[in-house]
Design a protein around this ligand. Structure first.
Ligand code: NAP
Length: 248
């Protein structure tokens, strides 16, 4: 059955992989991005050539009115939303907590926590059956860092992802009776550009060899898990936090 999916940060990395896989199923995909319009338009073209319909929507997930407008634009283009992927996330350069300034902490928590909560709230408002929605699936992107802590690197990021795990547990209980499943994926060391934005472009390759599977993961391998959670194949799965970490 065709679905309407909105993916924050769907323009690059893990979000893009999930978006293209959703397109391969013939689903309609709204690809959100913050600043890189050309990556978003390239992703839209790939979704269309994979067989799906797609639009690109610029919105900073920390901006409440932009988040609301993003959901409105998705519904205007494709109709009611079946799935929401809370994927946009950032890291800052590796540092000990003692060396992190307020601006950095605010940026990380605003994007990864506030942005995810705003997106989940909007999805809950639109998908809950007692609010006129038709139910659906929310997939939150956490991280293995939530349980590893990322000492001397990103304890801010790790804590922001701990909040995503907690959101997933609580919201799955709130929204189960509303016909909405809520799950999270905890990726491990995945080969995307996020590591370059944290100052270590080869981080996944270098650390990936130490995982039990001996290599970093690909964005496509995480995308598979996301699309499965969006699909009806996972119809009895909610409140789950699934590690895609190569055993890390
Ligand atoms: P990425 O390659 O850096 O891509 C990030 C995406 O998020 C881009 O599409 C970016 O859009 C968008 N974005 C960033 N800030 C945004 C904002 N304020 N508003 C809207 N969109 C925003 O990241 P990734 O590696 O695919 O990571 C995706 C998710 O998986 C994140 O939540 C991350 O924490 C999580 N994760 C990743 C790994 C890993 O190893 N890669 C591991 C664990 C968890 P622009 O291009 O326009 O900036």
């Amino acid at each position: 059955m065709s679905k309407v999916i909105l993916i924050t940060g769907g323009s690059r990395g893990i979000g893009r992989a999930a978006a293209i896989q959703a397109g391969t199923r013939g689903w309609s995909v709204a690809v959100n991005y913050a600043t890189n319009a050309s990556a978003a338009h390239d992703t839209v073209a790939r979704i269309e050539s994979a067989g799906g319909k797609a639009i690109a929507i610029q919105a900073d997930v920390t901006d409440e009115s932009a988040v609301i407008a993003m959901f409105d634009a998705t519904q205007a283009a494709f109709g009611p939303i079946d799935g929401f992927v809370n994927n946009a996330g950032i890291v800052a350069p590796g540092a000990a907590l003692a060396d992190m300034d307020l601006a950095r902490l605010k940026r990380v928590f605003d994007t990864n926590v506030l942005g995810a909560y705003l997106g989940a709230r909007e999805a809950a408002r639109r998908m809950s059956v007692t609010r006129g929605g038709k139910g659906g699936s929310i997939v939150n992107l956490s991280s293995a860092a939530a349980r590893l802590g990322a000492p001397n690197e990103y304890v801010d990021y790790a804590g922001s992802k701990g909040a995503i795990d907690t959101l997933t547990i609580g919201l799955s209980k709130e929204l189960g009776p509303q016909g909405v499943r809520v799950n999270a994926i905890r990726p491990g060391l995945i080969d995307t550009e996020i590591h370059a934005s944290g100052g270590k472009p080869d981080r996944a390759a270098v650390l990936g060899v130490q995982t039990p599977l001996g290599r970093p993961g690909s964005a496509d391998e995480v995308g598979e898990a996301i699309v499965w959670l969006l699909s009806d194949a996972s119809s009895y799965v909610t409140g789950a936090i699934i590690d895609v970490t190569g055993g890390r």
